[in-house]
Design a protein around this ligand. Structure first.
Ligand SMILES: Cc1ncc(COP(=O)(O)O)c(C=O)c1O
Length: 382
């Protein structure tokens, strides 16, 4: 058994979790940090001022390393929706501006922009032939009014990966803001924003980054952050609880333009979530995202190659350039997918059922044996 990573997670009991696209499990190092955070709260004298600043600072350092940015460029959030709403509400829109979205994208990528119609911003959808737009499909949908294009990197309902470099180049050429939701990718594939034509990368922390639920972040290109007009001013990003002990002074907004820290989610120290999440990210970084991505793809290959092709159709891409860690399959009689999903559950194999298909999404904590067990159940189906 390849248990290099497996032994650092769980225990999973007698079940296997091939559903990281829904929730990633906490590694044990993160569980330890969560217990420490609980202990701080059991005895609140442990919640010293220094911890209010060190918890977010350490998290920002790890996220910055993860995406190839500076810690000062990271906005801490509690979801993907947080960062997407920040952009939707903060960009100064003009009447007639157009936001380009992808028709079958995850709701978090659609909803934040819809209310902009009240400001006479036009919302338009690309309806790609195959879930996510190819560069030509983006190019043909751009108009002189297009101001922003938002897409997911890895599509939650098909497993297809967008070519963000090619899409980003087109956006740059047309002076369009390019916002990428990396929730289904980051942690399972490397990312370096310093070399990519993207303006904002948004992600949850609770899937491939193996953090607690209620975590997320975004990286926003510094010039774009400065241009945001959004009413947010959180005292703990400007002073500490210790400052409250000093003489009364006038409460004022900081001078100058906003930076990423201005927009951190309130409750930025959020010990229960951010402390373990940091440990999860540090764990992934310590093992190396490239190596983890390679390992994940071995599991994906094993799954795809082992599937009985007389019974199942692979519904997600097979080619390595476009496939991801989200594998979609369907029985040739697609009506049977619900029943197969139930059988897998009864046999202790946890996968997801999305838009009529079975979705299997393995990550580093899974082993070859996990995939064999899932295949044995799937292929035994008549
Ligand atoms: C692409 C994508 N974005 C976002 C989310 C969740 O977003 P939020 O944190 O806004 O609930 C999911 C899945 O839950 C997803 O698949």
């Amino acid at each position: 058994m390849n248990d290099e990573y497996y032994r650092d997670f769980g225990p999973f009991g007698d079940r296997i979790w091939i559903n990281c696209a829904h929730q990633g499990p906490l590694p044990r190092v993160a569980v330890e940090e969560a217990y420490q955070a609980i202990n701080w709260k059991i005895t609140p004298y442990e919640l010293v001022s220094e911890r209010f600043s060190s918890v977010p600072a350490r998290l920002k350092r790890s996220l910055a390393r993860l995406v190839g940015a500076s810690p000062s460029e990271i906005v801490l959030g509690n979801s993907a929706s947080y960062g997407l709403h920040l952009l939707a509400n903060g960009i100064p829109w003009h009447k007639g501006d157009e936001v380009l979205l992808v028709y079958s994208d995850f709701p978090s990528d659609i909803l934040p922009w819809l209310a902009l119609e009240k400001q006479d911003v036009i919302i338009r959808y690309i309806k790609p032939k195959d879930y996510l737009p190819e560069p030509e499909e983006l190019e043909t949908n751009i108009t002189p009014s297009t101001r922003l294009f938002c897409t997911t990197w890895v599509h939650s309902f098909s497993g297809k990966t967008a070519d963000i470099e090619a899409l980003g180049k087109i956006c740059k050429a047309h002076n369009i803001i390019f916002a990428v939701n990396a929730s289904q990718a980051i942690g399972a594939r490397p990312l370096d924003v310093s070399g990519l034509p993207v303006d904002a990368v948004i992600s949850v922390g609770f899937k491939w980054l193996c953090g607690p639920y209620g975590t997320g972040f975004c990286w926003i290109e510094p010039k774009l952050v400065k241009s945001l007009v959004y009413n947010q001013a959180y005292w703990l990003t400007m002073q500490t609880a210790d400052d409250l002990g000093r003489k009364e002074s006038e409460v004022r907004l900081p001078e100058g333009l906003p930076n990423a820290g201005t927009y951190d989610v309130f409750g930025t120290a959020n010990f229960f979530n951010f402390k373990p999440w940091t440990a999860s990210i540090e764990y992934l970084l310590q093992h190396g995202i490239e190596r983890i991505a390679e390992y994940d793809q071995q599991l994906v290959s094993q799954l795809i190659d082992g599937l009985d092709s007389r019974k199942y159709r692979l519904m997600s891409p097979r080619e390595e350039t476009v496939r991801s860690t989200l594998v979609f399959i369907s029985h040739k009689d697609s009506q049977r997918n619900t029943e197969i999903y139930q059988t897998l559950k009864e046999k202790g194999v946890e996968v997801a059922f999305r838009r009529g298909k079975l979705r299997l999404s393995p990550h580093l904590y899974n082993t070859k044996e996990d995939i064999e067990r899932a295949l044995a159940v799937l292929n035994a189906v008549k």
